[in-house]
Design a protein around this ligand. Structure first.
Ligand code: MG
Length: 264
């Protein structure tokens, strides 16, 4: 498993953000000369090393498209009152909704029910157009962890999901991206203020990452660095100001964010 991210010198050290690889010691970040999803091997050779403790972690990717799949776990489809789908149900989220690990989800409508959804996210590594499922794994760079925050009042009153899920800060992502990882049967959990709310496994997905990449690539050219959220297990629930959310998937570092009401 290799670990990549976006970093910025923290504290009083001003500096530009950069993409880097977190080395196996878990403490050293090797700067890359271009984004890791383009070609991590050639980029790593001439980088500079930094201690992770001196860096802040940013959003690990800058996707051209942030795609999402819904009702991909049967138990979650049921808890929302729906049948499990027979073809993947997909939509776009605004990339401007991305939020880094340690950030704050801002609720623009505190009176609305806004749910967390913990999701394994696919990161595309090669341009994918009309790819068969049997070959789709070769187009996947790796995986990360995301929260698909969802305003249910808007989602349930409009045909399109785009607006309900694209408010600024509604897609916490990271902290890191992992390549060379088997994502087929990883535990997925969400703790809200220390209490477990979600507990599923990626093996429960109806459509697997390779199926989703193949399906989406029939209609849309997927580009390196694009992100696909693969749906959430059961146990989704509403957030409120002051909440602390901790999402975990398998061996990935936890994604921790807090919640507050947006200024009016
Ligand atoms: Mg979702």
């Amino acid at each position: 498993m290799r670990t990549f991210g976006n970093f910025r010198p923290g504290g009083h050290l001003e500096g530009a953000s950069f993409y880097g690889e977190l080395l196996p010691d878990g403490q050293t970040v090797r700067a890359l000369q271009h984004p890791f999803w383009i070609d991590p091997d050639t980029a790593a050779a001439s980088g500079t090393d930094h201690p992770l403790s001196a860096l802040e972690v940013g959003v690990p990717l800058a996707p051209s498209k942030l795609l999402a799949v819904g009702r991909n776990y049967a138990a979650h489809a049921r808890e929302r009152g729906h049948e499990a789908p027979t073809t993947p149900m997909t939509w776009l989220k605004g990339p401007s909704s991305l939020l880094a690990h340690g950030g704050v989800i801002e609720l623009p409508h505190p009176e609305h029910k806004v749910d967390f959804e913990t999701e394994l996210c696919v990161v595309i590594g090669r341009t994918a157009k009309s790819v068969p499922a049997a070959e789709a794994d070769r187009y996947i760079f790796g995986y990360t962890l995301g929260l698909d925050m969802s305003d249910r009042v808007i989602q349930d009153s409009e045909k399109q999901f785009y607006r309900a899920k694209s408010f600024d800060t509604f897609t916490p992502l990271g902290p890191f991206v992992y390549s060379d990882v088997d994502s087929s049967d990883l535990p997925v959990t969400l703790h809200q203020n220390g209490e477990e709310r979600q507990n599923g496994r990626t093996s429960e997905m109806i459509f697997k990452p390779r199926d989703i990449v193949a399906f989406l690539s029939q209609s849309t050219t997927l580009l390196p660095g694009d992100v696909i959220m693969t749906g959430t297990p059961a146990g989704v629930g509403p957030v409120k100001e002051g909440d602390r959310l901790e999402a975990r998937i398998g061996p990935f570092a936890p994604l921790v964010v807090s919640v507050r009401n947006a200024a009016r």
